[in-house]
Ligand binder design. Structure first.
Ligand SMILES: NC(=O)c1ccc[n+]([C@@H]2O[C@H](COP(=O)([O-])OP(=O)(O)OC[C@H]3O[C@@H](n4cnc5c(N)ncnc54)[C@H](OP(=O)(O)O)[C@@H]3O)[C@@H](O)[C@H]2O)c1
Length: 297
């Protein structure tokens, strides 16, 4: 039996809803004609599309050991991702246990740039703890701690379109946002050739480190209209997040991320996307141009 038919990939978060890294990974693996089991939370049109592309679809909850055990059967390599939500450590523990039992040889773990044992958010510290659980499993693992996803800015499409403002409590700190599809390319290349990446932690980033004022300038240039960065005080920002129906767990996290951004702690720029992903990362200009209709160009 050849290498390509022996290795089977299990991809969590395969439907995707935000950065959709799992969804991009499934599609990229299928483009390479590799056998993929797509693990989804809900059976719907998104999972039907994956099935039509050739993925085997498995529906379940990442916190459910029975479901994840079934999904792991016959799997050799896996991608773990869980949304910014409560339950991360349950899901990681279940995934590690089921993978170990199934003899999985390698996992790529989606962590976060805020993964630090001393980060002032409990949710962020759970990323760091989760990495340690995968390390202790003894399964080969690569942790990814990407910078902010460019897709986050789609949440501001309506205000950019209607009010020409970019409201974010990020102060004058810088960051180098990265496109989730570029991160997916890194994941796929690590999954296909894991040996040099075993035990490594990477920070995939975008190509430009910018302040939010500079980012608003890029939006304005690409959209052909002035876009102003508005930096609200943190209490107003917290109210806006609550009005947007964000869960308290997520709000606690996002406020600490905003403070870290203000302090310049999220300003990391690397060549991981080029070196491991094999192509240059998407620029902010290209991302805004791609979503011109949503942002109101
Ligand atoms: N956004 C950023 O700036 C950023 C930057 C760096 C790292 N990250 C990390 O990236 C991760 C999110 O990645 P992403 O944006 O690619 O994810 P995503 O698009 O939000 O997709 C998450 C998927 O997980 C599924 N899901 C949710 N709860 C589940 C459960 N209990 N069991 C099984 N599946 C479940 C969702 O299904 P449904 O859609 O059906 O609910 C969804 O398809 C987070 O850990 C975040 O910290 C994000």
């Amino acid at each position: 039996m050849g290498h390509a038919t022996r290795i089977r990939y299990l991809i969590a978060g395969a439907s995707g809803s935000h950065g959709a890294t799992g969804n991009h990974v499934v599609r990229q693996l299928l483009e390479r004609q590799l056998p993929v089991r797509a693990f989804v939370f809900h059976a719907d049109q998104r999972s039907e599309r994956l099935e039509a592309l050739g993925a085997e679809v498995d529906v379940g909850d990442l916190r459910d050991i029975g479901a994840v055990r079934r999904a792991m059967a016959g799997i050799t390599r896996a991608y773990f991702v869980y949304p910014m939500a409560d339950g991360l450590l349950d899901a990681i523990t279940v995934f590690a246990v089921a993978a170990k039992e199934a003899g999985v040889e390698f996992i790529v773990n989606m962590s976060n740039i805020t993964s630090r044992e001393d980060f002032p958010s409990q949710a962020a510290r759970r990323y760091w703890l989760g990495e340690r659980i995968f390390d202790w499993s003894g399964i080969g693992v690569t942790h990814l701690r990407p910078t902010l996803f460019l897709e986050n800015w789609l949440a501001f499409a309506e205000v950019v379109r209607n009010q020409s403002i970019l409201p974010l409590a990020y102060g004058q700190g810088k960051s180098a946002p990265v496109c989730a599809e570029d991160v997916a390319r890194v994941i796929v290349n690590v999954l296909e050739n894991p040996v040099p990446h075993r035990g490594k932690t990477y920070v995939p980033s975008g190509p430009h480190s910018v302040t939010m004022s500079e980012m608003a300038g890029i939006f304005g240039r690409v959209l052909g209209k002035p876009v102003e960065y508005v930096d609200p005080p943190l209490d107003q920002w917290a109210q806006a997040l609550a009005q947007a129906q964000r869960a308290p767990y997520t709000i606690e996290y996002l406020l600490k991320v905003a403070e870290a951004h203000q302090r310049g702690e999220l300003d990391v720029q690397t060549d991981v996307v080029q070196q491991i992903g094999g192509a240059p990362p998407k620029s902010i200009d290209a991302f805004v141009a791609e979503h011109r209709a949503a942002f109101g160009g």
